[in-house]
Design a protein. Structure first.
Lengths: 111, 112
């Protein structure tokens, strides 16, 4: 069965902290994505990667970076967390056009 | 500027009746459309899709209709069941693209 695992369900961080969100998929998919979900705004793409060490900016990359050193793992980094980065973060992987498999999400609160 | 719009934040339907969720898009370069369903505390899951060369796609109780001239698509659920209560996201993809653009979502409540 397909599985995308996000390391934390809930995280509470302080403003200015460096935050790492980890995501692992076991499907050998080339494409991996990071989205954030906010009420009234739906899912917005932060970054995606179509291969190891490759990354592309999504629609809202400011304040974030990513790392993909291995095919199965895609990390989202908040260099200096701010309160407006409080959100639900969703990782996904895919092999087909648009057919994404999502993790359960990480609810991040920045205080 | 939202390219994919779901103008109804919520919808309430009686069990056994039809649920119709609507979605509008502005970019004529979109050529593939998908619907995702999301339960609380879970990630979205793929539900059904449609290519722009079709105007209808059916999968069991779920049917998606596409009206390209109106840049409108809709998801029909017949009959609706309480387990269908979830947030439904419409999403669109451009030809040769791999970035899905999502709408804001519609909360569906099916009352028993």
């Amino acid at each position: 069965d397909v599985k995308v695992t996000q390391s934390s369900r809930y995280l509470v961080k302080r403003t200015g902290e460096k935050v790492f969100l980890e995501c692992v998929q076991d499907m050998d998919h080339e494409n991996m994505f990071w989205y954030r979900q906010d009420p009234g705004l739906g899912l917005r793409l932060i970054y995606f990667s179509y291969d190891v060490k490759m990354k592309e900016k999504g629609d809202i990359p400011e304040g974030y970076s990513v790392s993909r050193e291995k095919k199965e793992r895609f990390s989202l980094i908040l260099e200096s967390a701010s309160t407006n980065q409080t959100s639900m973060y969703l990782c996904a992987s895919s092999i087909d056009r648009g057919r994404l498999f999502f993790g359960s999400g990480t609810q991040l609160s920045v205080l | 500027d939202q390219q994919v719009k779901q103008n109804s934040p919520s919808l309430s339907v009686q069990e056994g009746r039809i649920s119709i969720l609507n979605c509008d898009y502005t970019n004529s370069m979109f050529d593939y459309f998908l619907w995702y369903k999301k339960y609380p505390a879970e990630g979205p899951t793929f539900l059904i899709s449609i290519s722009s060369i079709k105007d209808k796609n059916e999968d069991g109780r779920f049917t998606v209709f596409l009206n390209k001239s109106a840049k409108h698509l809709s998801l029909h659920i017949v009959p609706s069941q309480p387990g269908d209560s979830a947030v439904y996201f419409c999403a669109a993809l451009m030809e040769y693209g791999n970035k899905l653009v999502f709408g804001a979502g519609t909360i569906l409540r099916v009352k028993s």
